[in-house]
Ligand binder design. Structure first.
Ligand SMILES: Nc1ncnc2c1ncn2[C@@H]1O[C@H](COP(=O)(O)OP(=O)(O)OP(=O)(O)O)[C@@H](O)[C@H]1O
Length: 371
């Protein structure tokens, strides 16, 4: 991928006994997830992009070359306009939120990029106004991370790196910060590379992903397309594997506290979501929450049943399981079934089936409608 502001990374080398050899790109805007199991090299890649660790290769951000071994270029970390948010925010605990933010602002100095945000905009973007005069030691984990993101943004970065910024947070703090992270792509004209080993988090935030195995890239591309690839196996999320559907809000049922969604003429119901009629939402449906029937099911409690066609079927040798990809018009579902079920139903590609969704997770307003 080339283009104004986009990122291109190619790195190879060893750290101790660990060998890394990766190449990937990230677009100029939006969140690109770097997804993979613990120890696969995600943090090492971010550190190389920031110039904190040095392996061989190249790192380009827009028109700038931060590293190019072939040309003898290696820009030191303090000269790279990068915002880096870590698992745990390292703020100055004795200073107020305002002073912490201004530290980032001053550090940017005159080398500010044209995409620089004013302090007021950052405060607004991250909902920091009520916190400004508090010292950071009195903040919750989620609030601390919001301040850390704010400080990183005020340093006028051309690239924002986020290394599992929610992994140290409890559930409530995660819920607190998620909407703010979600809103970043629509407000910031810069690439965001977001490290995570949680596919649910990635599905909610990213529109593009780089899937990693140990020290290497397994696949990269649009997240919804990657999630539909049955050949990627554990790299696409192991037991949390699933796909993303984008559906339109058709109405709300106040009595039952439900939201009714339309997916290319088919109906999905979810617990009431605060999204107006006509807007689109993003849903994640796990493969293990999908069952298939050959005829329309009757007398069952599951409300979400979509008609579709089997388009791919992969049996996992040496296990009890198979995965089936079903086109439901307007989207695709993965179903994780036993191989026995596949055999007894006589499932094969081209067959008409009904997909029963035991659980439908509302992820977020669709990124498409929010941008
Ligand atoms: N300075 C170092 N010296 C030796 N080995 C290192 C060093 N830094 C990282 N490693 C090793 O490199 C591998 C990749 O580590 P890295 O932290 O990049 O993985 P990760 O995908 O970010 O993992 P996690 O999700 O657990 O943070 C690991 O096996 C780690 O032990």
């Amino acid at each position: 991928m080339s283009g104004e502001g986009s990122v291109a990374v190619s790195l190879a080398g060893r750290i101790g006994g660990f060998a890394l050899d990766v190449a990937f790109t990230a677009p100029a805007r939006g969140i690109t997830a770097l997804f993979g199991p613990s120890g696969c090299g995600k943090t090492t890649i971010l550190r190389c992009m920031a110039g904190l660790t040095r392996l061989g290769g190249s790192v380009r951000v827009g028109a700038e070359t931060w590293q190019d071994d072939a040309a003898g270029v290696f820009v030191p970390p303090h000269r790279r306009a990068v915002g880096y948010v870590f698992q745990e925010a390292s703020l100055f605990s004795h200073l107020s939120v305002r002073r912490n933010l201004l530290y980032g602002w001053r550090r940017a100095g005159r080398a500010a990029s044209e995409a620089r945000l004013a302090p007021d905009d950052v405060v607004d973007l991250l909902g920091l106004a009520p916190l400004m005069d508090r010292t950071t030691e009195a903040l919750s984990g989620g609030e601390r991370q919001r301040v850390a993101v704010g400080r990183a943004l005020l340093a006028a970065p051309r690239l924002l790196l986020m290394d599992e910024p929610m992994s140290a947070l409890d559930r409530m703090s995660k819920e607190d910060i998620l909407p703010y992270i979600e809103s970043l792509p629509s407000r910031l004209k810069l690439p965001i590379v977001y490290v995570s080993h949680d596919i649910a988090e990635v599905s909610r935030l990213a529109d593009r992903a780089v899937l990693m195995g140990r020290g290497s890239v397994v696949a990269e591309g649009a997240l919804d397309v990657l999630l539909e690839r049955l050949d990627l196996g554990p790299a696409a999320g192991r037991f949390e594997a699933g796909t993303i559907l984008t559906a339109t809000v058709a109405g709300h049922d106040a009595g039952y506290h439900l939201t009714l969604l339309d997916l290319a003429g088919q109906r999905i119901v979810i617990p009431r979501a605060p999204v107006p009629v006509g807007e689109t939402v993003r849903l994640r449906i796990r493969a293990r929450d999908v069952a298939l029937t050959l005829g329309p099911p009757q007398g069952i409690s599951i409300r979400n049943v979509l008609g579709g066609t089997v388009i791919q079927l992969v049996e996992e040798p040496g296990t009890a399981y198979a995965e089936v990809l079903v086109d439901v018009g307007g989207g695709r579902l993965r179903a994780r079934l036993t191989r026995l079920a596949v055999a007894e139903l006589g499932l094969r590609t081209g067959m008409k089936v009904h997909a029963l969704m035991k659980s439908v997770a509302f992820e977020s307003r669709s990124l498409a409608s929010g941008r």
